[in-house]
Design a protein around this ligand. Structure first.
Ligand code: PEP
Length: 251
């Protein structure tokens, strides 16, 4: 049985004060229900990780970072290492988000290096993949997903391969208000699992969680997460408001 995972990707939103305000409100809401069957992860900007880490101590809400560099330390001005993230009690790190691929030219090969480093330092990578609108319209979705899985997720031991999380995030659905239909998500995600099974075996592929991401809202998530190969969600815009993220966690 795969434990469902719902992760909030705040992107470059929320100051420290805003983070405190969100967590104060969110903890009150989440304590009113009993969610033991799902993992809930907040991924604030780096500057908010410390305060979030302090506030989430003794709760079952977990913490993740949105990115990291491929070295432990060194002369890499402006970068953050896996060791630093781990020190802030992060369990997860989002890697290869489409915004990083687009604005920071991250390739699958580079994302692969990051993923291996994340695992080396005890972080669970949430590796994002997904096709653009043009690729979908040109019927290249499966080809693109296969390339991304085979390259960004290469070189793992079987033990490591069973730990990672994949987020299927069609680029055309991110921040657009136009989510994939549950059927589109299921079709892509069962394909991703199949490609992964060819790399690491069926047993390993059946163990990993594949999240859907792209314009998730409280209203559309129930049907999406009911799909066989959808093991949770990576939520952007709708995770910025404590009530809306709470509703998504509870659907
Ligand atoms: C994301 O940033 O990973 C994302 C899915 O964004 P949104 O939910 O806003 O589409």
């Amino acid at each position: 049985m795969r434990k469902q995972l719902i992760a909030a990707n705040w992107k470059m939103y929320k100051t420290i004060l805003e983070t405190k305000d969100f967590i104060d409100k969110f903890l009150i809401l989440i304590k009113s229900v009993n969610i033991n069957n799902r993992e809930i992860v907040l991924c604030p900007p780096f500057t908010s990780l410390y305060v979030a880490s302090e506030m989430l101590k003794n709760t079952n809400i977990k913490l993740g970072a949105q990115n990291m560099y491929i070295e432990e330390k060194g002369a890499f001005t402006g970068e953050i290492s896996p060791v630093m993230i781990k020190e802030l009690n992060c369990e997860y790190v989002i890697l290869g988000h489409s915004e990083r691929r687009k604005y920071f030219n991250e390739t699958d090969e580079f994302i692969n290096k990051k993923m291996l480093m994340a695992l080396k330092y005890g972080l669970i990578p949430i590796v994002c993949i997904g096709e653009t609108l043009q690729e979908r319209e040109e019927n290249k979705t499966f080809e693109v997903l296969k390339y991304q899985v085979e390259n960004s997720l290469a070189n793992l031991t079987h033990e490591q391969a069973a730990k990672i999380v994949i987020a299927y995030e069609p680029v055309w659905a991110i921040g657009t208000g136009k989510n994939a239909t549950p059927q589109q998500a299921e079709e892509a995600q069962s394909f991703i699992r199949e490609v992964y099974a060819n790399m690491y075996g069926k047993d390993v592929a059946e163990r990993i969680r594949i999240l859907y991401g792209g314009s998730i809202k409280p209203e559309n998530f129930k049907e999406i997460i009911s799909q066989k190969n959808v093991d949770g969600g990576l939520v952007g815009g709708a995770s910025l408001d404590p009530e809306s993220f709470f509703k998504i966690c509870c659907v």
